[in-house]
Design a protein around this ligand. Sequence first.
Ligand SMILES: NC(=O)c1ccc[n+]([C@@H]2O[C@H](COP(=O)([O-])OP(=O)(O)OC[C@H]3O[C@@H](n4cnc5c(N)ncnc54)[C@H](O)[C@@H]3O)[C@@H](O)[C@H]2O)c1
Length: 411
Amino acid sequence: MSVPQVTIVGGGMITHDQILPTLYQMQRQGRIGEINICALKGRFLKELADAETLTRAFPGQSFRAWPDLQGDLDKPYPDLFKEVVRGMAPHNVVVVAVPDQLHYGVIKTALDADQHVCSVKPLVLTAHEGAVIEEEAYQRGLVVGIEYHKRFDDRSLLARRRYREGLFGEFKLGTAALLEKWYYRHSNFQNWCTVENSDAFAYIGCHYVDLVHFITGLLPVAVSVYGIRDRYPNGNEGFLWTDARVIWNNGACLNVQNALGFPDDAPGTNTQGLTMYCAGQEKGALIFHSDQYRGMKYCYTERPTGAGTTVYAEPSTDYFQYLDLGGPGLIPVGYGYRSVEHIVNNCIRAGSQPLDERRRILKEFDDTGVMATPANSRFNELVMEAGRLSILNGGREAVIDYGPPGAVRLR
Ligand SMILES: NC(=O)c1ccc[n+]([C@@H]2O[C@H](COP(=O)([O-])OP(=O)(O)OC[C@H]3O[C@@H](n4cnc5c(N)ncnc54)[C@H](O)[C@@H]3O)[C@@H](O)[C@H]2O)c1
């Protein structure tokens, strides 16, 4: 049986940390073939090719770089990915890992070239664009999977199963928080995560909104987001602290706090977690996940190298780590790995089956609801739109109309 070729569009942080190592591992196991990576400039790809973590974990493996690494590494190639994707035989896989506002164009190009798609979150920025993608993918019988990796954390899957077995009753009140470290303000974020484009809730809050739906099956119907304007080191202004209130279709309320402000000297790469208070017939129930502190405490003799490291650390093996199982190289483990692997496997399963069968498989993915798809997670685009409308209007409540394709308006 032939194995699919995979093209990643985008060669930045998420490709380095999660996508490429997952695909290298699948390639090592013979489940996928050649890997192409397109980036805006050769410089990003050079950094990726030379990255020490990747060469240590996957000795002898490599990707094909577009543009190649021979020419001017700083020359931009904004449209080269189109040529590469159009040059692929139908029913291979395109992974979308470019900045949020470029997802739509890359996904459309991939679907037009009859490729299955794995996209990092958010799928797109509006419900309308999501509906266009859903329709196009269905017509052509192509998988589009959206990579919300918290869904593949075992604790999310366990909470989902037990909630759906009725063990928690009904969700009523919840709080979630995900604060990235202060030093993030010095990264490329300061160039684009500014008040006009995005905010802390839009960038990181979406994960817990998605997760509450994933566990409960409930849908968000209203969103209000209070944002505090703050300055990046380069002087740009961003909503770097946000407090959101999400109302669900059973009347439940989730409060979500996000920021680029967790202390750099604190242990862990961020702080995050979820508490859900629920009600049964005669009793209260509780789901509590500490998603940052997972029970490990390390104190090193000196501060390890790398951004955000601390002498005292509370690491986790749950999202993404490399293990030495006797080599050569290292084995990637964690829900970041399992999430990308799951979506790529779904693409492989649909492959080049007859159109009717591919459409049946798509419907099965939509209905099962484990992998986020354009059809089963439209609420995420609507929450994004509602959140932006609210934060730019001083935190006024924005309500969601489920369409189709769906719309938001200030109350
Ligand atoms: N927790 C998560 O789910 C999570 C975490 C991080 C990032 N992301 C998402 O991943 C995406 C990328 O984020 P990142 O942090 O890797 O960004 P990044 O800025 O590090 O990388 C973006 C990459 O896109 C490439 N690119 C830009 N324009 C291009 C074009 N026209 N053609 C080809 N390549 C182009 C750039 O060269 C760069 O390699 C974003 O949508 C982000 O929201 C998700």
